[in-house]
Structure formats: structure tokens, C-alpha cells
Write a protein that binds this ligand. Structure first.
Ligand code: FES
Length: 118
């Protein structure tokens, strides 16, 4: 079976890991919104070289967090400036008070993978 590149990046293995991006597409200090497992997910490549992933939809309303502002390991929502800790998904300043789901991230070669199941 032949897959296009975009299809390939949505394939998951039996453990639920899904390729979502090339690591080179997300430099340190940057973030990327992806879709995996039917969810909108924000992937972060933090300044210290580590990676994190959380739901990309703010728990206060419907804003995409990747349209907001990344400050170290904190993301600020573009709509009402609620803030979340991207490593834990924890809501840390009003008006947000519901945490975000987090996802395991790993690199495989040049690719970034998320585990979206289980
Ligand atoms: S929608 Fe994110 S703080 Fe209101």
C-alpha cells in the first residue's frame, strides 16, 4: 500500500504512537498544532531540548493554544490570556481552571511521535 507523505504522518502503530511532524519542523522554543487520533494537539519543543504535547483547545473556550504565546514552558491562550504549564497541562492562571490532557512524545529518527491512545 502506498501512502502519501501526509497520510504516512497520521499512521499509528499498535501501541498508539502516531508520527505527527519532522523534528526539524519544530525548532527549540517553537510549537506546532497537529491533528492525531481525532484530537487537536499542541506539540512543543522547549528551549532545553525536551518535548511536550497537550490538547490544543483551551479548556475555557475554543481557542487554539498554538495561536497564543509560548514563554518558556508556559503557554498563554490568545483569547483571554489563561496560562497552562505545557509539561503537565496544569491550568495556572485565570480564567482557566481545568487542566489539559497531556500526551507522551518521543523522537524516532527525524520524526516526532505522539501516543494518543491508552
Ligand atoms: S479561551 Fe483560553 S482563556 Fe479563554
Amino acid at each position: 500500500m502506498i501512502h502519501t507523505e501526509s497520510e504516512e504522518y497520521r499512521m499509528s502503530d499498535s501501541a498508539g504512537w502516531v508520527r505527527v511532524a519532522r523534528a526539524a519542523d519544530v525548532p527549540a522554543g517553537e510549537m506546532l498544532g497537529v491533528e492525531a487520533g481525532g484530537r487537536q494537539i499542541a506539540v512543543f519543543h522547549l528551549e532545553d531540548g525536551t518535548w511536550a504535547a497537550i490538547d490544543n483547545v483551551c479548556t475555557h473556550a475554543e481557542a487554539a493554544l498554538t495561536d497564543g504565546y509560548l514563554d518558556g514552558d508556559v503557554i498563554e491562550c490568545p483569547l483571554h490570556a489563561g496560562r497552562f504549564e505545557v509539561r503537565t497541562g496544569k491550568a495556572i492562571s485565570p480564567p482557566v481552571d481545568i487542566d489539559l490532557r497531556t500526551y507522551p512524545v518521543r523522537l524516532e529518527g527525524a520524526d516526532v511521535l505522539l501516543r494518543v491512545e491508552g
